[in-house]
Write a protein that binds this ligand. Structure first.
Ligand code: GLC
Length: 431
C-alpha cells in the first residue's frame, strides 16, 4: 500500500479496531475535528457500505476501480455517484449536500480548488497526516490537499494543461517541432490549411478560469502573487488575455470554442477539426482509442506555448476527502488508501492516461514506454501554477469567469475586464 502507510494491516479485523481508534485519537489530537454535528463529525470510525461522489467519469475507469474494491470487500461496498460533468455544477451539489448535513456522500472527489472552502466550513474531516506517506506524492499535489497545515484529502489525480498537436499535419507542412510561443503557433497555423488553429475551454465555467489563468501566467503575469495577493491588472496579464481576445477576433480560435468545455473540445480534436488544443492529460487515451477518434496515432502533446517561450499551465486535479457527515469513515479511509496506492494509480494511468499523483510512476520504464510523454507531463505539472487558495473560491472563480467571458465576447475591453477583476478579487481574497 504505497499511497498511505497504515500503522496496522488493514485486513485484520482485530487490528482494524485498534487502527480506527488510533485514527480517531490522531484526528481529535489535531483539535480540528469537523463541525461537531453529532458523533460522526471528525471521527474515522465505522465500517460498512459507503459512496464515492464525483463528477461524471469522463475517464471511464472509476467504476472499474470501484468494482475491484467491491470484489474484495463484500461487506464494505462502494457505490459510485456521478455528478454533472461541469466542475461548478459538481461543487454546487457537494455544497448543498454539506449544507444539509446529509450522509449521502461519503468520499468526496474534490477538485483541488475546493479544499479551503470545504475545510474552513468543516464539511470534510481532517485526515491524520501520520497515516499518509506524503513524501511519495508530487509536492504540489500535497499542497492542494492541505489547509492551514492540516491535511484534508489524499491527492488522487493531478492535472496540468498540455498542448495537443497534430503530428501528421505539422510534418506534412514541413514543421519539425511543436510551437514554443504563441507567435510560432500562429505561423504554424498559417502553413496548415483546412483545419482550425487552436482551441481550449472557453465556456463560462471553471475551465475558463483555468484557460484564462494559463494565458495570464504564460505572458508573465499572475492572477494572485506568491503571497496570494490579487495582482491581475497589469500589462503582462493584459498581454495574456489579449492573446485569447485577439484569437477569437482573428479567427485563430474558432467561434464555437466559446461554448467548449472539456468534452466538446475533445470531440472537435478527435473529428480532426483542430491543429492545436489546450487540454488535460485524460484526453490522450481516449483520442488514441480506435472508433470515434479520427486522430489515433496522429497527435502528441507538448508544454503549452507562451508569449516569449514555453507557457505556464494551471494546476488541476482531484483529491479524496471524507464528508464530515458521513457514516463508515473507517471504510472510507481504507478505500481512499486503496485508490491512492501505487497499484491502483498505476492501473488507472494504464487504463485512462490520467496523471497520477505518486512521483515514482513518472520514472517507471514500462509506463514511459507506453506513455512517451510522461516526462513532458511531469515537467508541466511541476511548472504548473495553482489557482487562488480561497475559502470563498466559488465567488473568486465566478468573478474570473464573468470578466474573462465579457472580454472574450467583446462586452468589455481587456483593460476594463482586468480592472474590474482586480477590484472584485481584492474584496474576496485577503491573504
Ligand atoms: C479538470 C481539472 C480541475 C479543473 C477542471 C475545470 O477536471 O482537474 O482541477 O477545475 O478541469 O474544468
Amino acid at each position: 500500500m504505497a499511497g498511505i502507510s497504515r500503522t496496522v494491516p488493514a485486513w485484520s479485523r482485530g487490528a482494524i479496531a485498534i487502527g480506527a481508534m488510533a485514527v480517531v485519537l490522531a484526528a481529535c489530537g489535531s483539535g480540528k475535528t469537523g463541525s461537531g454535528s453529532g458523533d460522526a463529525a471528525g471521527r474515522l470510525s465505522g465500517r460498512g457500505p459507503i459512496t464515492l461522489a464525483q463528477g461524471k467519469d469522463t475517464s471511464g475507469n472509476v467504476q472499474n476501480q470501484v468494482n475491484t474494491w467491491n470484489s474484495r470487500h463484500p461487506k464494505e461496498q462502494v457505490r459510485l455517484i456521478e455528478l454533472p460533468e461541469d466542475a461548478d455544477a459538481q461543487r454546487q451539489q457537494m455544497v448543498q449536500n454539506a449544507q444539509t448535513k446529509s450522509d449521502a456522500y461519503t468520499v468526496l472527489n474534490l477538485d483541488v480548488v475546493w479544499t479551503s472552502e470545504f475545510a474552513a466550513n468543516r464539511w470534510i474531516t481532517p485526515l491524520p497526516k501520520a497515516q499518509f506517506d506524503l513524501s511519495k506524492f508530487l509536492p504540489p499535489t500535497v499542497q492542494t490537499a492541505t489547509y492551514r497545515d492540516q491535511l484534508y484529502a489524499a491527492p488522487w489525480k493531478t492535472d496540468a494543461g498540455l498542448l495537443y498537436y497534430r503530428t501528421d499535419l505539422l510534418k506534412k507542412a514541413g514543421i519539425s517541432a511543436p510551437p514554443k510561443t504563441w507567435d510560432e503557433m500562429k505561423t504554424d497555423c498559417g502553413k496548415v490549411k483546412g483545419v482550425n488553429c487552436y482551441a481550449g475551454q472557453f465556456d463560462k465555467y471553471e475551465g475558463l478560469t483555468c484557460n484564462f489563468s494559463e494565458a495570464v501566467d504564460s505572458a508573465g503575469g499572475v492572477v494572485v502573487d506568491d503571497q496570494g495577493k490579487p495582482d491581475v491588472n497589469t500589462p503582462q496579464a493584459k498581454q495574456g488575455l489579449d492573446f485569447l481576445v485577439q484569437g477569437f477576433k482573428s479567427g485563430l480560435i474558432p467561434k464555437e470554442a466559446i461554448t467548449y468545455q472539456e468534452e466538446p473540445a475533445r470531440r472537435a480534436f478527435e473529428k480532426g477539426n483542430l491543429l492545436f488544443l489546450r487540454q488535460w492529460p485524460y484526453q490522450w487515451a481516449l483520442s488514441n482509442k480506435p472508433g470515434s477518434s479520427k486522430v489515433v496515432g496522429k497527435f502528441d502533446v507538448a508544454p503549452l506555448p507562451g508569449l516569449g517561450g514555453p507557457g505556464a499551465p494551471t494546476l488541476g486535479g482531484h483529491n479524496l476527502a471524507i464528508s464530515a457527515f458521513a457514516k463508515n469513515k473507517a471504510t472510507a479511509l481504507d478505500f481512499i488508501s486503496f485508490l491512492t496506492s501505487e497499484n491502483t494509480e498505476r492501473a488507472n494511468l494504464l487504463a485512462s492516461s490520467e496523471a497520477p499523483t505518486l512521483a515514482s510512476l513518472y520514472g517507471d520504464p514500462e509506463l514511459r514506454k507506453k506513455f512517451p510523454y510522461l516526462p513532458v507531463l511531469k515537467a508541466s505539472l511541476l511548472n504548473a501554477k495553482p489557482r487562488p487558495k480561497a475559502v470563498r473560491y466559488g465567488d473568486v472563480t465566478a468573478a474570473i469567469q464573468e470578466d474573462a467571458y465579457a472580454a472574450l465576447t467583446g462586452k468589455m475591453t481587456s483593460d476594463q475586464a482586468l480592472a474590474d477583476l482586480q477590484n472584485k478579487l481584492g474584496q474576496l481574497i485577503q491573504p
